[in-house]
Design a protein. Structure first.
Length: 97
């Protein structure tokens, strides 16, 4: 078991690869950049739990803050360009930006 890789304020990018099966990362943030807001804790891997495995070792879960403009690009309404969203994402989906 390793300590969490990221800390609040770290810039990350969500991996862009599509994985088949039960995933817990929203497809609309694949490949997008964000900032680590905080560490939620460490939990069994829900992608393994969905297939009857024990989900161990636990994986750090982070709250990631995204700018709407980063996520939605040109389709982002002018009124939302300064808005933010927070999404919980497991460490194995994150890379350093």
């Amino acid at each position: 078991h390793m300590p969490p890789k990221y800390k609040a304020g770290d810039r990350i990018r969500v991996q862009k690869q599509v994985r088949w099966g039960h995933i817990r990362t929203p497809l609309f943030v694949l490949g997008k950049r964000g900032l680590v807001d905080n560490l939620r804790g460490e939990y069994p891997d829900p992608e393994k739990l969905a297939y009857g495995m024990d989900g161990l070792p636990p994986i750090p879960l982070y709250c990631i803050k995204f700018n709407y403009l980063e996520v939605w690009g040109e389709s982002c309404p002018e009124s939302a360009k300064n808005d933010k969203m927070h999404i919980d994402i497991y460490e194995h989906w994150l890379d350093t930006d």
